[in-house]
Design a protein around this ligand. Sequence first.
Ligand code: HEC
Ligand code: HEC
Length: 328
Amino acid sequence: MQSSKMGVVATLLVGLVSLTGSALAQTSPVQLTPLPSWAYPWVPDFKLPPDDGIPRRVPDSTVTHTVTQERDLFFAPVWHQADHPALPEVVARGRKPDVRACGSCHRAEGTGGPENASLAGLPAAYIIQQILDYKSGARKFSGPQRSPNVLMTAIAKGMNDAEIQEAAAYFSALKPKQNTTVIESDTVPKTFIVRVFVAKLPGNEAEALGRRIVEFPVDVDQFEHRDTRSKFTAYVPIGSIAKGEALVKTGAQGKTMACATCHGADLKGLGDIPSIAGRSPSYIVRQLYDLQQGTRAGALSAPMKLVVEKLTDQDMMSIASYLATQTP
Ligand code: HEC
Ligand code: HEC
């Protein structure tokens, strides 16, 4: 309640500023919406336990990898070879010193996780443009400068044209997977932050959900092994899905615009415009926020400006909740 009021007040203030002249409006920092801080879990000095040398496995695979391999950003674990084509070099190993293997963070099958982005099935031209936007600095990040994001920028800066083409061709040809179950609830299992993602605490303790989304892997070990078959649960406030659906489908009387116009009737993308269906709700909220704040201002970002301009953090959360229920 409090924060949505603040959003309305801030919208009015920005409206006033733009009346006073466009030069002033351009230099004034946008302060529309408070940072949805739940979407940016981050414990920079989180200590990972040392490698115990025991080979790790995941369900329905005979492959083993060591913890050291799994933590190596120049190595993408492949657990289910039959699920996807052979990985090109840039996805499997990258190139030292800067270009970490795309598959190590985004997973061999491009499924990604709440801490980064799913890439499977995104248009190749869109992927290429995003890498160029990270490279040029046009696409940055709000909130704490979390290490995977900082590395993504360094990786883009290090990539050559052939690597960009190769990675875009590989990920765009993959089929995206629905891996998130959305649950509307007043309460949520107790969780804690593991460096850059949220995990469920052992046991059955619950706490109030409040006005946030809590998204975590169903099996935290499988997730840490970077298994592309990992599943996620997202707890969202009661009523979020219906509110999100109204915003997405109708634009809610000019508050935003109907997403299907540009993202396609099924929201799975249209031409060079990316899919927004069935993707991590934490990721979606970070992007809506970045686009609103202008921290993400890439070559293709302009059409999104009117879409996000008047959204409160609660609206963003509702939109992301609804989108996560859609088939990717
Ligand atoms: C260290 C982890 C890490 C590695 C390795 C990595 N990325 Fe990323 N990537 C991220 C994060 C985190 C984001 C989300 C950043 C944001 O919020 O804008 C991201 C976002 C992206 C996006 C934007 C997706 C979208 O929907 O707009 C693309 C494209 C991308 N990465 C491509 C690549 C490619 C290609 C490689 C391999 C050369 C790669 N990444 C390697 C962490 C990583
Ligand atoms: C006028 C066309 C247009 C409309 C309407 C539109 N979008 Fe977009 N959207 C785009 C374009 C173009 C991009 C790529 C932006 C970029 O590259 O920075 C995009 C990107 C996005 C992204 C980032 C995706 C990613 O992979 O990082 C999200 C999230 C998004 N849109 C959500 C929405 C939602 C939700 C709606 C409806 C409420 C909507 N969009 C309506 C054109 C549109």
